[in-house]
Ligand binder design. Structure first.
Ligand code: FHN
Length: 473
C-alpha cells in the first residue's frame, strides 16, 4: 500500500492535518540543531517581549565601589557628572580604586526594603548593575575574586539578596553588564592605557577577555540568578566588534531563550538617542535612549533610561533632583509613545536609597495607584499620541478604552478632537466613579464636562469607551 494512500487515510481519520507544520509554528529544535536566535519569527519575538512591554516601568540601580568616593576624590568634587566614572575621570590607579572595593560594607542594605519601595513606586522590573565599567562584580563570581563576596568587607552576595527579594515581590529582575572593563588586563583598551602608568606595549587580548571572562560571567549571572533581562553597556570600545555583538547575543539567548537583551550588546546604537542606526542585522531586542525621550512613536521597542538627578552612581554633592511631576510626565509621555521607562537610583555606600529618590518614588507610586490602568499593558494610538502639549493618549490592549491623560488641570470642559465615544457610553476619571457629561460632534469632536474639584495631583486620566478618529495609518 503506497505512502500517499496511507497519508490520505490518516488525513481522513484526522490523525494528521496538513496544517500541522506551518513555517513559523514553534518547532522544538531537533537535538544538537543550533537555533538561530537572530532569525526569530515575529510571533516568537512578540510573545517573548509581551511581559516587558506590559510592565512599562522599571528601576535602574547603579551601585558599586564608586558609591564610596561618591564623586569626591582627594577632597575634590570630580567635575564630571557621572560619579560611577570616578576611577577614569580622577585617573585613580587600579590598586587604589581596589581599596574602595575592599571598603565596601553596606551594613544598612535591606533587600526586602528596597523591593518594597520599588513595588510601591509602581515599578514592575529592576535592572541592577552586576558589573559596571570599573569591573567589580556585585555577585559571588567564581570567574573572578574581584567581587563583593571575596574582595569586599561586606562579603555577602548583594545580587542574590536583591534578586530573591524582587522575586518575592513579583518583580522581574535583570542585570546591567558592562562590556568595557577598566580592571581586567585583557579588556584594557589602548585608549584607556594612555591615561594610566600602563606598560608601553599593550598585551591586552580582548577576544580572550570575551571568551574566558565575560562569557563565563554571563553564564553565571543567567544560570545562578535566572535573570530576565540582560542590559549591556560599554559596547563602544573599539576592540569590541559587530560580529562579537551578534555572537554574544546568540550566546546569551542560548543560555536562556526567553531572556530579553538590549541593543547595547551589539554596535548598532546611535549614541544617546539610543536607537539602532538601521534595523539591518544589529542584534538587540530594544533601543536604549539615554537621558532623553524619543520625539514620537517608533516601529521598534525602546526604553528610555534616566537619572533622577545628574548622576547614575551615588554622588554626595548632586542635589539637582528632577521633580516628581517631571518624572511622572516623562512616564506618561514615554508610555503614550509606546516606550518603557527605566528610572535610576544610585544607592549610598551604607546601602540606602537616597531620601530624595524615595520621596519621588512614593509620589509616582501614589499617582500610579489611581492611574496605572492608563500606563501598564496599554498600546499607543495609531494616530496622534498627544493633543497639544498637555494631553497624552494611550489605549487598552483590547482597543475598547482610550485614556486621555491631562497633564494640566483643565477648567470646566475639555475637548478632544480625535476621540469618538461609543453611543451612550460612560466617561469617567480614573479614581472617580462619577459618569461625566459629554457631547460629540463630527466637527468639534468630544467635549467632556469635568467635575468642579479633581482628586489627585500632577495628571488626571479620562477613560473613554470609544475609538480614535482620523488615525491615518
Ligand atoms: O557610561 C555609562 C554610564 O555610567 C551609565 O551606566 C549609563 C546608563 O545607561 N550608560 C553609560 C553612558 O552611556
Amino acid at each position: 500500500m503506497n505512502k500517499n494512500l496511507i497519508v490520505s487515510i490518516l488525513l481522513a481519520l484526522g490523525f494528521i492535518s496538513c496544517q500541522d507544520k506551518p513555517k513559523d509554528a514553534k518547532q522544538e529544535p531537533e537535538k544538537n540543531t543550533k537555533v538561530n536566535y537572530l532569525d526569530e519569527s515575529m510571533a516568537d519575538f512578540e510573545a517573548r517581549m509581551q511581559w516587558w512591554r506590559d510592565d512599562t516601568f522599571g528601576m535602574f540601580i547603579h551601585w558599586g565601589p564608586y558609591a564610596i568616593p561618591a564623586g569626591v576624590y582627594k577632597g575634590k568634587d570630580i567635575k564630571e557628572k557621572n560619579a560611577e566614572w570616578i576611577m577614569h575621570f580622577a585617573k585613580i590607579p587600579t590598586t587604589e580604586y581596589e581599596l574602595f572595593a575592599k571598603e565596601l560594607d553596606p551594613k544598612k542594605f535591606d533587600a526586602d526594603q528596597w523591593a518594597g519601595i520599588i513595588k510601591d513606586a509602581g515599578m514592575k522590573y529592576v535592572v541592577f548593575t552586576s558589573k559596571h565599567h570599573d569591573g567589580f562584580a556585585m555577585w559571588d563570581s567564581q570567574v573572578s575574586d574581584y567581587d563583593i563576596v571575596d574582595f569586599s568587607t561586606y562579603g555577602k552576595d548583594v545580587l542574590k539578596l536583591l534578586s530573591e527579594a524582587c522575586r518575592k515581590k513579583g518583580l522581574k529582575f535583570g542585570v546591567y553588564y558592562s562590556i568595557m572593563d577598566w580592571h581586567h588586563p585583557d579588556a584594557q583598551a589602548d585608549s584607556y592605557l594612555e591615561s594610566r602608568e600602563g606598560t608601553p606595549e599593550n598585551k591586552a587580548n580582548f577576544a580572550r577577555y570575551l571568551e574566558d571572562y565575560m562569557k563565563p560571567q554571563l553564564k553565571e549571572l543567567i544560570e545562578n540568578y535566572d535573570v530576565d533581562i540582560l542590559w549591556f553597556d560599554g559596547e563602544w570600545v573599539k576592540e569590541y566588534t559587530h560580529a562579537q555583538g551578534k555572537e554574544i547575543y546568540e550566546y546569551v539567548r542560548s543560555l536562556k531563550p526567553d531572556i530579553i537583551i538590549n541593543n547595547r550588546g551589539d554596535k548598532g546604537r546611535q549614541g544617546m538617542q539610543g536607537m539602532n542606526k538601521d534595523d539591518s542585522d544589529f542584534a538587540g531586542d530594544f533601543g536604549t535612549p539615554e537621558q532623553e525621550i524619543l520625539e514620537g512613536t517608533a516601529t521598534t521597542d525602546w526604553e528610555s533610561c534616566m537619572t533622577m538627578n545628574d548622576t547614575w552612581g551615588y554622588r554626595i554633592n548632586d542635589h539637582n533632583w528632577k521633580s516628581a511631576e517631571t518624572l511622572i510626565y516623562n512616564l506618561i509621555d514615554v508610555t503614550a509613545k509606546g516606550g518603557n521607562y527605566l528610572l535610576n537610583v544610585g544607592p549610598t555606600p551604607e546601602g540606602l536609597l537616597p531620601k530624595p529618590s524615595v520621596e519621588r518614588l512614593n509620589e509616582i507610586g501614589t499617582w500610579l495607584d489611581t492611574n496605572g490602568e492608563a500606563i501598564y499593558a496599554t498600546d499607543n494610538l495609531k494616530g496622534d499620541y498627544k493633543q497639544g502639549e498637555d494631553i497624552r493618549f494611550t489605549k487598552s490592549k483590547d482597543g475598547k478604552s482610550i485614556y486621555a491623560i491631562l497633564l494640566e488641570k483643565p477648567r470646566n470642559t475639555i475637548t478632544l478632537k480625535n476621540i469618538r465615544p461609543d453611543e451612550g457610553s460612560k466617561i469617567r476619571l480614573l479614581g472617580a466613579d462619577e459618569a461625566l457629561k459629554w457631547t460629540y460632534s463630527n466637527t468639534k469632536g468630544l467635549t467632556v464636562t469635568l467635575p468642579k474639584s479633581l482628586v489627585g495631583k500632577y495628571a488626571w486620566t479620562l477613560k473613554i469607551e470609544g475609538e480614535e478618529q482620523n488615525a491615518s495609518n
